[in-house]
Ligand binder design. Sequence first.
Ligand SMILES: [Zn+2]
Length: 396
Amino acid sequence: MRARSIRLGVAIVAMAVTASGPGPLHAEGPADSVATLVARLDFDEYKAAIKGLTQFGDRRQGTDRNRAAVDWIEAQLKSFGCTNTERLKYDFQPPPARQSGAARASAVAPGGGRARGHRAPTSVNDDPGAQPDERLRALDSQPSTPGLREEVYCTKIGATHPDEMYIVGAHMDGIGYGEAANDDGWGTALVMEVARVLSAADVRTDRSVRFVLWNNEETGLDGSKAYVEQRGKLQGREDPPGSGRYPEPKWLGMVQHDMMLFDHGMPGPDGRVSRDQRPEADVNIEFAMTSKFSEGAQKLAWFFLTANEKYATDYPASVGPHMTNTDSGPFQNLVPAISLRENERGTQIGNGWDPHWHQPTDVYSTFSDKDFRLGLNAAQTTLGALATLTGATLRK
Ligand SMILES: [Zn+2]
């Protein structure tokens, strides 16, 4: 039987979204495969994916709980139909310990933005005893040991351009002796859910997409650096020659996801942040204006913003030029790279807008459905953009 595919690509039909705000996406006519794919992201399933990751506590690199999480993620990816999982291996030897007290605020934020308004101090909790939940304290107790590390990825192979791909990433390791639910259980869940949707048997893409769950982000982007080092040179090579197989398709862009649940606004004069998700919450898409590929990265960022306007049900996106301190960094001078976050990394998170960042309170139960919904909107943004960029269609 011949499979009939509805071809959409970039020509997306205007969608009727109710003026009253959030609601299901309605495509006009039967032909918007991208909208159909985005509608396959399910709020409860996505929350369950975050919850699933928190069973491994903070997933600190170099521990049994981290290795168990890598195994679990791999099994999940396979069960979603992304069966060609592979592992990148590297050795990690930690540099001498540095002082990790409260960061001092300065006028120029990391990434080059200008810090404004009220600020609250940020820090990394290094005290396992600070976790009040006894069960979690025990789960997070094993310290990290140096040595071999592994990180898992799988690939949706493009039907017409298997030799080119977008990389979609998030880091699965965490710190702070909580559950790393937001940083970066959210991003890991997003990558897994987008992999689930695009790996369905009836989905075809022209170009490839690689889903990567970085390890060792929190030690200084060591997992993504190892990937760039080991695999950058393999790009676009057909191996074996004539096989039609490309172990490392040429990189077209890299999209990183790092924290997206908590956008409660600026701290007040007392340094406290509101308990509630602010109605103005948004998805912050950042590129690095100082990077070699800033022009392409900027275009990619605006493309994601447009996808957000088309496909995200509740929260808008905004674009900023100061991407920093995340796994897209090692890629930024090789390929257009962007990151998606709850706030700008430098001027906002760096100034205390997320009091749970690297703290024992970064646990699943801290976040409300309004928080989780911002995360889902980012997933809708990424899936909408990627499906369009890779020419995703549905087989009938
Ligand atoms: Zn992070």
